[in-house]
Design a protein around this ligand. Structure first.
Ligand code: HAM
Length: 416
């Protein structure tokens, strides 16, 4: 039996990598004062049909449940967040700064960097319309990636503003109900044949292509970059009006993060969606909002190609994998005594392992070494004393068993 296409088994090594990614995500989000929340993995299909846009609706894993409800595995978190905020808005002081780490499902064609399940870090700010919130969000995205050891040579945040394009379309007298269609076409520029984009843009094609080529100008985007410059982060960003984002609900600043070498799909994407909460709550609650999501798949690939990031991950994983103490049972008569100590050591928080069945002493020391134990405790002929072996220096000492715990606690190499 194989996994379904686009799904992964997380064996211990992959789980350790995933936990490393989650730990960095959580650490930096908290550094920015974001608090963690979570929504359900299954939602009414309607939630996505209402506002995410056609592309994501085509990719839904959806079905009718046993209660005849139309449901879908979540392809993204933003509609859930908008629903939750509309429901609980009064319980919280604004602005909300919320983050979440969870699994998402999209029925996409499996390809490099795109699977049918993936994990995302979502960071969103609700209830703040000032540009300072957009700047803070971009800075957070940059710092999350810096926490993995990436530099400005490894990735860039490409920033744009949907208002730049909606102003353009307004100027060209395009009715607002057709803006979505045009924005989708601009979003696909570069990813589909030029003629196809030109066909979609009709008589605006030349003007759009010229603007994309010249880069356009936006005071708002320049203010954003200036402010990031003051934080020392300007080298991580580029203004790129070609970034429009595929999702329908964005209204203002939008951005995507790419590797500089251009090898991979987007690492992260997000932007402002000031109308979504109002639209999903039928006008009951109206709050400006912005956020981004970063996926684990492309991030994992980028980590493995950048030596500094890869080494940092391996080092952290090796430390995390290690146990503190291996108990060597040299004489089976001592097993019961050893287990009393093991229980006490584990109660104190030490990571302790031992052999389940009688095993040669040399094999036990070998296991201690393989598991990265800092000390081995030998329960054998020396009883009621226990032999402590420092695995790094091979130094040994004898300690009475009733003083073992105090003795180990006093050893700096074991105090965590
Ligand atoms: P998105 O651009 O659709 O945005 O996804 C964000 C990130 O999730 C992508 O940049 C990518 O790293 C990862 N991702 C998406 N689909 C897949 C896939 N099939 N396989 C692997 N990774 C994938 C959103 O989802 C928005 N809801 C983000 C947001 C949050 N906007 C505001 N707040």
């Amino acid at each position: 039996m194989q996994t379904l296409p686009g799904f992964r088994d997380f064996l211990p090594e992959e789980c350790a990598k995933r936990n490393y990614i989650f730990a960095r995500w959580r650490e930096v989000a908290r550094r920015y004062g974001f608090v963690e929340w979570e929504g359900p993995p299954l939602e009414p299909t309607e939630l996505y049909k209402k506002k995410s846009g056609d592309e994501i609706v085509e990719q839904l894993f959806n079905f009718t449940d046993k209660g005849e409800r139309e449901v879908a595995l979540r392809p993204e978190l933003t509609p859930t967040l908008a629903r939750v905020v509309a429901l609980h808005e009064r319980e919280f002081k604004k602005p909300l700064k919320w983050f979440s780490i969870g699994q998402f499902f999209r029925y996409e064609k499996q390809q490099r960097g795109r699977l049918r399940e993936h994990f995302q870090l979502n960071c969103d700010i609700i209830g703040e319309s000032d540009l300072t919130a957009d700047i803070e969000l971009v800075a957070l995205g940059i710092d999350v990636l810096r926490a993995f050891g990436f530099t400005e040579k490894d990735f860039a945040v490409r920033i744009s503003d949907r208002e730049f394009w909606t102003d353009f379309l307004r100027e060209k007298d395009v009715p607002s109900d057709r803006w979505g269609e045009f924005l989708q076409a601009i979003d696909k520029f570069g990813r589909e044949p030029r003629e196809k984009t030109a066909e979609k843009l009709g008589n605006l094609a030349d003007a759009v292509f010229a603007t994309l080529k010249s880069g356009g100008k936006s005071a708002k985007l320049e203010a954003l970059v200036d402010s990031l410059r003051a934080r020392g982060l300007a080298d991580f960003v580029e203004i790129d009006v070609g970034i429009v984002r595929g999702l329908a609900y964005y209204t203002g600043i939008v951005f995507e993060v790419f590797d500089r070498a251009g090898k991979f799909r987007a690492l992260a994407g997000g932007g402002r969606y000031d109308n979504l909460i109002g639209q999903l709550s039928d006008g009951a609650v109206s709050l400006p909002a912005l956020g981004f999501a970063m996926g684990d798949v492309v991030l994992g690939e980028l980590i493995s190609t950048i030596p500094g990031a890869h080494d940092a991950m391996q080092k952290s994983m090796a430390t995390d994998r290690k146990i503190d103490i291996y108990v060597v049972i040299a004489k089976e008569e001592r097993r019961a005594d050893a287990l009393v100590q093991i229980q006490q050591l584990r109660d104190c928080g030490y990571r302790v392992d031992y052999p389940f069945t009688p095993t040669k002493v040399a094999r036990q020391f070998q296991t201690a070494e393989e598991l990265g134990a800092r000390v081995a405790l030998l329960f054998g002929d020396e009883w009621p004393q226990v032999k402590i072996k420092n695995m790094a220096t091979a130094e040994q000492e004898l300690v009475p068993h009733d003083r073992l715990l105090a003795h180990l606690k006093a050893q700096s190499s074991l105090s965590s």
